[in-house]
Design a binder for this molecule. Structure first.
Ligand code: ATP
Ligand code: MG
Length: 138
């Protein structure tokens, strides 16, 4: 069984979309095996998105990610990484397919409601960045 890491971003939490998003997750066969609500510091957001540090949107995006509470999650499912990316939809909601979370809920490319790991190595790093093994219960 594969695990992936997800975030309901500040724009999603702020607009009370956590329940609607998690309803889709569970109905698509993902098991929520870890979950916590917290607020990221600017530095935590910067280290988390370190691969994007040379991008022009880096400062604004990490400010947005640390602007309010988030929900941190680990999902388990066969092909969890690819299937969660598919359920999220394209980074820019304008390009996202009908029925995806970003198409239905995201406000813009920056306020795009959810995050998902993009590879096995990323998922391992991201899960361990936020969760202790004892907090992950299959
Ligand atoms: P995430 O990593 O959050 O799941 P992603 O993998 O779809 O999103 P990335 O390319 O990793 O997209 O970009 C990380 C985040 O940076 C995006 O989710 C988005 O919020 C922000 N971002 C990406 N490109 C832009 C852009 N051109 N302008 C503003 N923000 C952007
Ligand atoms: Mg990404």
């Amino acid at each position: 069984m594969e695990k992936t890491f997800a975030i309901i971003k500040p724009d999603g939490v702020e607009r009370n979309l956590s329940g609607k998003i998690l309803e889709r997750v569970e109905s698509q066969g993902f098991k929520i095996v870890a979950m916590k609500r917290t607020r990221l510091s600017k530095v935590q957001a910067e280290n988390f998105y370190d691969v994007h540090k040379s991008q022009p949107f880096f400062d604004s995006m990490t400010r947005s990610m640390s602007s309010g509470p988030v929900v941190l999650l680990v999902f388990e499912k066969e092909n969890a990484i690819a299937d969660w990316r598919k359920l999220m939809g394209a980074t820019n909601p304008a390009d996202a397919e009908a029925g995806t979370i970003r198409k239905d809920f995201a406000e813009s490319i920056e306020r795009n409601s959810v995050h998902g790991s993009d590879s096995t190595a990323t998922a391992v790093f991201e899960i361990s960045y936020f969760f202790a093994q004892s907090e992950i219960l299959s």
